[in-house]
Design a protein around this ligand. Sequence first.
Ligand SMILES: [Zn+2]
Length: 102
Amino acid sequence: MTSIDHRVVVTDRDPAGYTQPGNEAPTGMVVYFPDGCPPVTPAGWPADVDYDCSHGITVCPECIDSWRLDHFVSDPVEVPAGTPLTIQVSWAAERAHAPTRS
Ligand SMILES: [Zn+2]
């Protein structure tokens, strides 16, 4: 059985992306599967979240290099039961305070 008990933080490599809010936010915590993204929806996956079986919304050793093409990907961490699948982080306030470059 595949456990949904690891997460990684992925963040956009493109600085222009950092003004995007919400679901388009450039930084997020997503599910990591140490034994590979399962080919079918894993047991315990929330019914209201579409599971994309093509490594599209989750990360594993097989697909991590493709994620790294346009994201920085953290080391995986094991998380306690009940941890959300994803948390999206916006940076709009931080960008607003960034010094302007000439
Ligand atoms: Zn994968």
